[in-house]
Design a protein around this ligand. Structure first.
Ligand code: MF3
Ligand code: CO
Ligand code: CO
Length: 272
């Protein structure tokens, strides 16, 4: 097995799938308020996907050793690291929630996630806001490393040094992944590592960068439902995710839309 290189038609199809995945997150932005349940978010998203002509990649998704995933998206609140299953518990002021959406359009997968501050910035603790902000910047520090000739280890190293430099830890058990006509393809994109190591990047490769950063220790545990991952020390965890294309001269972030949060100031372009 090896890393697939997408041709122009594949790139065009991925631009569409990824923009649509980002538009689901845009749609949710005003809806994520204190009192809404993650199950309501799931149902609203399912209806929105139907309208836009996409299908959820997560509902019924069953990697070997896992039960079928029951949600149209993942909702990971506070100490939940990833793969949180939508439930009937209302979100409360001051919660932080990652919503991770993967849609399929014409057989192509677009995968992205964002953090939402429930009740707005003012409702959340300084620590929670800082964790979300540092994780966002960590993702972008990884993205800007992407160009032909760079290596996956360069991306992981950029993310790890920034996150750890801010006193946080990087989850090791989950990583970014190649994506295209399959949800998860080669390569694995680790969010830690050493410069100049791992696979060399080539134009036409596509993968996600999706660091999970914990406020406390990096250790995790599974909650017993087969999916939900939490921090072992119950500290807060944050995650952001984009799907990225390697271009002849750099990168193109595919999961962008009108409502995408503005990148940090050191990012001069979203495509180069
Ligand atoms: N979207 C997640 C990722 O970034 C995978 C979720 S799988 C699910 O790779 F089954 F939990 F939805
Ligand atoms: Co992903
Ligand atoms: Co995802």
């Amino acid at each position: 097995m090896s890393i697939t290189i997408k041709d122009e038609a594949g790139v065009a199809a991925m631009r569409t799938a990824c923009r649509l995945a980002s538009e689901v997150l845009d749609y949710l932005t005003p809806l994520i308020q204190p009192g809404i349940t993650t199950l309501e978010i799931d149902r609203l998203s399912a209806a929105f996907m139907k309208q836009q002509g996409t299908v959820s990649a997560t509902i019924g998704y069953q990697p070997s050793g896992y039960p079928p995933y029951p949600g149209h998206l993942c909702t990971s609140v506070n100490q939940v690291v990833c793969h949180g299953i939508p439930n009937d518990k209302p979100l409360k002021k001051g919660d932080i929630v990652n919503v991770d959406v993967t849609v399929i359009k014409d057989g192509w997968f677009g995968d992205n996630s964002r953090m939402y501050l429930v009740g707005g910035e003012a409702a959340c603790s300084v620590q929670a806001r800082r964790l979300c902000q540092v994780t966002f910047e960590a993702m972008w520090r990884g993205i800007v490393m992407v160009k032909p000739g760079a290596r996956l280890g360069d991306i992981g190293h950029a993310i790890q040094t920034f996150a750890e430099g801010n006193g946080y830890s990087v989850v090791r058990e989950f990583c970014g992944h190649g994506i295209g006509q399959k949800f998860h393809e080669e390569p694995q994109v680790l969010h830690y590592g050493r410069p100049g190591t791992m696979e060399e990047l080539k134009p036409g490769m596509m993968f996600t960068i999706e660091p999970m950063i914990n406020a406390g220790k990096r250790d995790i545990k599974e909650m017993g439902d087969g999916w939900t991952i939490v921090t072992r020390d119950r500290s807060l965890s944050a995650q952001w995710e984009h799907t990225v294309l390697v271009t002849p001269t750099g990168y193109e972030v595919l999961t962008l839309s009108a409502g995408s949060p503005t990148p940090p100031a050191f990012v001069t372009t979203t495509a180069c």
